[in-house]
Every structure is written in C-alpha cells, then in structure tokens.
Design a protein around this ligand. Structure first.
Ligand SMILES: C[S@@+](CC[C@H](N)C(=O)[O-])C[C@H]1O[C@@H](n2cnc3c(N)ncnc32)[C@H](O)[C@@H]1O
Length: 230
C-alpha cells in the first residue's frame, strides 16, 4: 500500500514514510515510457554556469538520474553523483554506459543528512535539492562548502517558485510542500562563507519549462555560484 497522499507527498499518517523509501517509490512509480522520472538533460542553469570552467573533479549532491552528472562527464569532468535513491542512480548508470561516459561517473548511494565530506572537488553542484520532508538543507549545503577544493566552485540551483497555478503536484511538490523556498541571499547567508570566498552569481533567473501535461510555463530558478580562492 502506498503511503503517499496521491500527489506524491508523504501521507500524514501514524507511520510516516521514510525519506529514502519516499524517493525510492517516487523514482519507481513516476517513470515515463523511457523508464525515467526526469528528462536526462542537463539543467540550463548548470550548463550556463559551468560552461566556462576548466573540467576537473566534480561532486553532485542529490543527482537523481544524473542529467547534470552525465553532461558534466561529457564535458570532461570526473564526477561523483550522490543520491539517496538506488533506483535513480541505476537509471543514471545505465545512461552513462549508453552515452559512453561510464568510466567518468561514480554513482554513490548516500543520505545527505548523515553525509560528511571526506575529500575536496573542483566543482560541487546541487540542483533542485528540495524535499517535502523537513530536512536540514541549509546545513547540508553549508557542509558542501567543505568539499570545495582551493580554486574550486560551489553551484547551487533551486526552485524560485512553482509555476503560477501549480502550488503543488506535477513534480513541483518537493518544493511547494516542503520548507519555504529560499531566495539567493538566504542561500548565501546560510552558507556562512569565509570572507575571502567570491560570490560570482546570486540571481533569480526565469526560464520556460515543459510541464508533465505538455504545456509550457515560466518558472524561476535561484542560482548561487561561489568561488573559493586558490
Ligand atoms: C528534485 S530531485 C533533483 C534531481 C536532480 N538534481 C535534477 O536536477 O534532476 C531531488 C533529488 O534529491 C534526492 N534526495 C532527496 N533527499 C536526499 C537525501 N537526504 N540524501 C540524498 N539525496 C536526496 C532525491 O532522491 C532526488 O533524486
């Protein structure tokens, strides 16, 4: 029996679903005819922000099926893709094999709530790391700063707001029903960066998105990119 409320959100019953089970269920039951939940394409903000960087090592937090990780690998990055859902990671790994970049991506199943960085990367990214659960997103992103190597970049892309008229459901429920969505200044404040880090982008960016029903809507992304001095 499913313990979600029909919109994919955890049901408020006396046996609340665990986050790992929720994401596992979501990745299994929301697949399209290709067997995927997400498009498999790089997020536009990630493509735009990373395009000018020299490839090195990259860590992606909450990679899902790896749309960004696959693109990064294709640009020459050596990627560690980390997610709580084994199903999402398996989809990504299959795609990596099909796209000839399997040797460039390490798929790691981990719960970011208990994750602690143990090495540093030239690029740390997180895209749409939202959850309907009350989880320590700020703390996780603050911890992510410790995974950035000297001379490296941290990129955080998030939902600015769900499309008008879509307060929940249609895939935006993670953002709409979870904790309030932070603006870029709130994201930056939560990172508690050392004074010498450079804020290279702090913006709300509009883009067009195709909704599951095929309609096009304007949505906004919050984009924060910071650089750790070498
Ligand atoms: C909205 S999806 C975004 C996926 C991907 N970054 C993208 O842009 O397509 C959020 C992802 O965060 C993952 N996630 C949620 N909570 C997590 C946690 N505690 N630890 C690790 N991953 C988590 C989910 O499994 C899901 O793949």
């Amino acid at each position: 029996m499913s313990r979600t409320d029909g919109r994919g959100r955890p049901a408020p019953d006396e046996h609340p679903i665990e986050p790992a089970e929720f994401w596992e269920q979501r990745c299994r039951t929301h697949r399209d005819e290709r067997g995927q939940v997400w498009s498999g394409r790089v997020n536009p903000a990630v493509e735009r922000e990373v395009a000018g960087l020299a490839p090195g090592t990259a860590l992606e937090l909450g990679s899902g099926e790896g749309g960004d990780a696959l693109w990064l690998a294709e640009q020459g990055w050596t990627v560690t893709a980390l997610d709580i859902s084994a199903t999402a990671l398996a989809v990504g790994a299959a795609q990596a094999a099909a796209r000839g970049v399997a040797d460039r991506i390490d798929w790691v199943r981990a719960d970011l709530v208990s994750w602690r960085p143990d090495t540093e990367y030239d690029l740390v990214t997180s895209a749409f790391f939202h959850s309907p659960f009350d989880f320590p997103r700020e703390e996780i992103l603050r911890r992510a700063t410790r995974a950035v190597a000297p001379g490296g970049t941290l990129l955080i892309v998030g939902h600015g707001a769900p499309p008008p008229g879509l307060a929940s459901g249609h895939g935006w429920e993670h953002a709409a029903s979870g904790p309030p969505l932070p603006d870029p200044v709130e994201v930056l404040t939560a990172l508690e960066l050392p004074n010498d880090w450079v804020v290279e982008r702090s913006a709300v960016v509009a883009r067009e998105a195709t909704l599951p029903d095929g309609s096009i809507a304007e949505v906004t992304d919050t984009v924060v990119r910071v650089w750790r001095p070498a």
